[in-house]
Ligand binder design. Structure first.
Ligand code: HEM
Length: 223
């Protein structure tokens, strides 16, 4: 089996199926036990489901952001082939999270939903972030890369950094007060974005040295 066949027919379906496990688990648990207050989803199962889906949305977001640094450190380039799928799963879980809020939490009460979006800051941040993430999901196909042009597409998809930061902010604001869990997620996000900043600065320094080799070696040659 070639590496291409293994990625396409084994690894990708495996990653795809694994990414659906959290949703399958929560849906199965909710359906089989009902949404009563004494079931396995705790006293407030609707809140549990909504938070559970939000947690998986941010996890997939951070996983998508982790692909480039892990590739950079390990040199394992096939990893890049999974980045789009992981990013789309972040969008998928964010859509499920939003749907659970609209359907289970608010029962389609659009007036209340609008009031929430306008008045509760963490929901405003969540909503804006969802729209940004949707714009990346909608332009994630090869056809859209062609239509937008590689340069514009790359610029647009840099929004993923803003989305990562905003997701952490949404989590932190929602929990109110200083809590460990959102701080851990924000720390992971900071490391993943920090890696890119350092890689960018190193690349710039290398390019500078290549452009001007005399200056780069000045300290040693002339001494
Ligand atoms: C990129 C999009 C989003 C991400 C990554 C995200 C992620 C999260 C996370 C991680 C939590 C905390 C879960 C926990 O406490 O364990 C959360 C909570 C929450 N999110 Fe989002 N969210 C997003 C978009 C939205 C949108 C669009 C809405 C609604 C308009 C929303 C509404 C909520 C609500 C209501 C809670 C708190 C639920 C409660 O009080 O128990 N989120 N979200």
């Amino acid at each position: 089996m070639t590496r291409e066949t293994a990625i396409r027919w084994v690894a990708k379906p495996l990653v795809f199926a694994s990414a659906l496990i959290p949703l399958a688990w929560v849906a199965w648990t909710a359906i089989s036990s009902g949404l009563g207050p004494t079931g396995p989803l705790g006293a407030n199962p609707i809140e549990y489901i909504n938070r559970f889906l939000g947690d998986w949305a941010i996890r997939f977001l951070l996983l998508a952001l982790a692909v480039t640094p892990v590739r950079g450190i390990t040199g394992w380039t096939p990893l890049m082939r999974f980045r789009r799928m992981i990013g789309l799963f972040a969008f998928f879980y964010a859509s499920m999270h939003l749907s659970s809020y609209i359907v289970l939490d608010q029962f389609f009460d659009w007036t209340e939903i609008w009031k929430d979006i306008v008045k509760r800051n963490y929901i405003t941040v969540g909503m804006v972030n969802f729209v940004l993430l949707a714009s990346l999901a909608a332009t994630s196909t090869k056809g859209m890369i062609k239509r937008l042009g590689a340069k514009r597409w790359t610029m647009l998809h840099k929004l993923i950094y803003v989305i990562g930061i905003a997701a952490c902010l949404h989590f932190y604001m929602m929990r109110k007060g200083v809590q460990l869990e959102p701080i851990i997620y924000a720390g992971v996000c900071a490391v993943l974005l920090g890696y890119r900043v350092i890689a960018h600065l190193k690349k710039k320094a290398r390019a500078g040295r290549a452009e001007n080799p005399d200056r780069a070696g000045a300290g040693t040659v002339h001494r």
